[in-house]
Design a protein around this ligand. Structure first.
Ligand SMILES: [Zn+2]
Length: 682
């Protein structure tokens, strides 16, 4: 979902070319072991294990051991399994009662090696029941609050394999007891029920209503994930944490007042029953046009009451959820991506926006969607679905398979940013189905990381880096920073944008640009995406894939930036120059002020006016807190600058310069060097 930066977004900055750094060896190490001190920011909430060796291996400590399900190299193991849930849903929108009533039939397949004697479902609408956990935890008028709306599910006619069944509802989770257990490795059960609920006006910024426009999500009971890591994943829906659901195929039919248009996940199955001949003709044209075609024009939207109802039928395959929107006054534009990686026919990109309430920027909505789908398909992994829909409405920004909601008022450039972000989620977590309710960084963090590439391509010479790092600094300074591994519902509301989105993006960019190298990280990130597409990866699967593909032990990195909230602070202590046998050697002392090690990257200014770049590998910080690099130079070193390219997240810049220090470059484009597009994406 969307999380806007509080301040100005992007600074126009030019990239700089630099000399190839010189790796120096040997480096003299001060033998005195210095006690690791916490960072110098006194109000930082302490999660430090300051006496631990920062290189201590965490793969056995905090990661599940590799096994037949999840292999040591980060791939799904030979016995990897996941459950499957296919849905058939019918629902009717009553615009007078502002309610939804429907029925769902779920064909559930138990591919696990376990016998299941009960199953768990998510019943998210119960967030709006008076006294729900979410309504108690979130202030009523907050983004995730229930606004004192009284709703929630009415569920009845529950059956399993056609026989009436018992259930127990606990807040937003529902447990169904099974008279007949579901056998392991392929046993099935058919679970059916009817449901109804009143549509909340403010659906915790994930769904809702604005006048006659309805944005409908989390609208039917959905299977919780049963996996090899935790069994049933029964974390409740509190509002701030997102979703974790099983893949399957969906057939759904929604009945709305005649005169309404419905936008939805999946492909429309009965165009001849709900669209006019002209609309069908325009849609067919759009499917093969890379220029936008208006399906419903500005002059055609004047909503007039039409008697009766119409039923719109959709089908979505290999997805873990579906959502939809309906309004009588949508403008509707569509355009094809044209042939893209992995899809010769192209993807149909659509924008639906209430007119004239939507900002004019929405007239670019279909093109923005097309640009986004093309870009991420070429950079990371082919978009796996036949269509991508953007809907303008009251929700600030929220993603579902093939379908995203973006705020009505978003202006042209702003709409691009949010449309780009929400559709970025079609890769993470729609295609790569991680557990968003526990790991925001695998959802919003990965997405913010790929958005940095998209933004720099869309608006050349702008860098996302300064604003992202500044946001991390802000919440660290406010004392609300927590480690990335913290589940999103336990992250302070004011820190979610930094901890869930921008810190993980900065951390991944730093790993790519300064630790393992751009080419190797791009290979690893694509390999992770390929390996775990339509599966359920855990953090360890990502960490192991990156280590395996890049050939680098990164325990120290995961530990520093994912498992603690300590910050990086290296500083230059001092420099002495000495001449031995005609060779000048500069001794440059560097101190590590926090628990976090990092490769030392320096630019030296020499007395003869020249510059010299030096890199020392991270292993130099084994068992010490202060090192002295002995660097052969042409003339005396008169100034030192740590992090000359300006994109290393060092907390304290007052000790990054010594003497007549060379200037740092303006923060470089984070995509400097670009992505190596010759690396296979699928
Ligand atoms: Zn998001």
């Amino acid at each position: 979902m969307r999380h806007a930066l509080p301040a100005a977004l992007l600074l126009a900055l030019a990239a700089c070319s630099r000399n190839k750094p010189q790796v120096v060896t040997p480096v003299r190490v001060d033998t005195a072991r210095v006690v690791v001190e916490p960072s110098n920011s006194s109000n930082v909430r302490s999660y430090l294990t300051v006496n631990d060796d920062p290189f201590h291996r965490i793969d056995h400590m905090d990661w599940p051991g590799p096994n037949r399900f999840r292999a040591a190299d980060g791939e799904p193991g030979p016995d990897y399994w996941q459950q499957r849930a296919d849905y058939s849903i019918t629902a009717t929108l009553d615009t007078t009662a502002r309610s939804i009533a429907g029925a769902v039939t779920i064909k559930y397949v138990n591919n696990s090696p376990d016998t299941l004697r009960f199953v768990s479902l998510q019943v998210d609408q119960n967030l709006y029941k008076p006294g729900s956990k979410g309504s108690v935890i979130n202030p009523a008028d907050s983004r995730w609050g229930a606004r004192n709306f009284q709703g929630g599910y009415v569920i009845d006619k529950l059956t399993v394999d056609g026989k009436s069944a018992r259930s127990r509802v606990d807040d937003t989770m529902m447990r169904v007891d099974l008279d007949k257990p579901i056998a392991p490795r392929g046993g099935t059960a058919t679970i059916a029920m009817s449901f109804s609920f009143r549509v909340p006006d403010h659906g915790s910024d994930r769904m809702g209503r604005d006048s006659t426009l309805y944005e409908i999500a989390q609208w039917f009971p959905r299977m919780a994930v049963y996996d090899d890591v935790r069994g049933w994943n029964t974390d409740p829906y509190l509002g701030q944490g997102e979703f974790y659901l099983e893949y399957g195929d969906y057939e759904f039919a929604v009945t709305v007042p005649a005169g309404y248009l419905v936008a939805a996940s999946g492909l429309l199955q009965n165009a001849s029953e709900v669209l006019t001949a002209t609309q069908r003709e325009r849609l067919a044209k759009a499917a093969s046009s890379t220029s936008v075609v208006a399906i419903v024009t500005a002059t055609e939207v004047a909503p007039k009451p039409v008697a009766g109802t119409k039923t719109w039928k959709f089908r979505a395959q290999n997805v873990h959820d579906v959502a939809w929107a309906a309004a009588p006054d949508f403008r509707w534009d569509a355009v094809s991506t044209g042939p893209i990686a992995g899809n010769e026919k192209g993807v149909l990109c659509q924008a639906y926006y209430v007119w004239p309430r939507a900002g004019r920027g929405w007239e670019d909505g279909a093109e923005n969607t097309q640009w986004t789908i093309r870009t991420y398909s070429s950079l990371f992994y082919p978009f796996p679905y036949p269509q991508a829909t953007s809907v303008a409405g009251p929700v600030g920004g929220m993603e579902y398979p093939m379908f995203v909601m973006v705020h009505t008022a978003a202006e042209s450039q702003g709409a691009f940013g949010t449309i780009d972000h929400e559709h970025g989620h079609e890769w993470y977590p729609m295609t790569v189905g991680s557990n968003e309710r526990r790991y925001a960084w695998m959802d919003e963090g990965f997405n913010t990381y790929i958005n940095a590439f998209s933004n720099e391509l869309r608006t050349p010479k702008t860098s996302a880096w300064p604003a992202m790092f500044a946001n991390w600094k802000t919440i660290q300074g406010q004392g609300v920073s927590v480690p990335l591994m913290t589940p999103p519902d336990r992250i302070d509301r004011t820190a979610l944008g930094a901890v869930g989105y921008r810190k993980p993006a900065v951390v991944l960019l730093t790993l790519r640009n300064h630790v393992v190298g751009r080419d190797m990280f791009d290979r690893a990130f694509r390999e992770y995406t390929r390996r775990w597409a339509f599966k359920h990866p855990t953090p360890a699967d990502f960490f192991r894939t990156v280590e395996n593909v890049t050939g680098t032990d990164l325990s120290w990195y995961w530990r520093a930036f994912f498992y603690t909230n300590d910050v990086l602070d290296l500083g230059v202590d001092g420099v002495t120059n000495a001449t031995t046998d005609g060779q000048i050697v500069a001794s440059i002392a560097v101190r590590r002020h926090t628990s976090i090690p990092f490769p030392i990257i320096m630019r030296l200014r020499l007395a003869d006016g020249s510059m010299q770049e030096v890199t020392i590998p991270v292993e130099i910080w084994n068992s010490n807190q202060r090192v002295t690099a002995e660097v052969p130079v042409r003339s005396n070193v008169i100034g030192v600058r740590l992090w000359p390219d300006g994109t290393v997240p060092d907390w304290n810049d007052s000790n990054d310069a010594w003497g007549n220090a060379p200037a740092a470059d303006a923060p470089a484009l984070v995509t400097t060097g670009g992505l190596n597009t010759s690396v296979p994406r699928k």
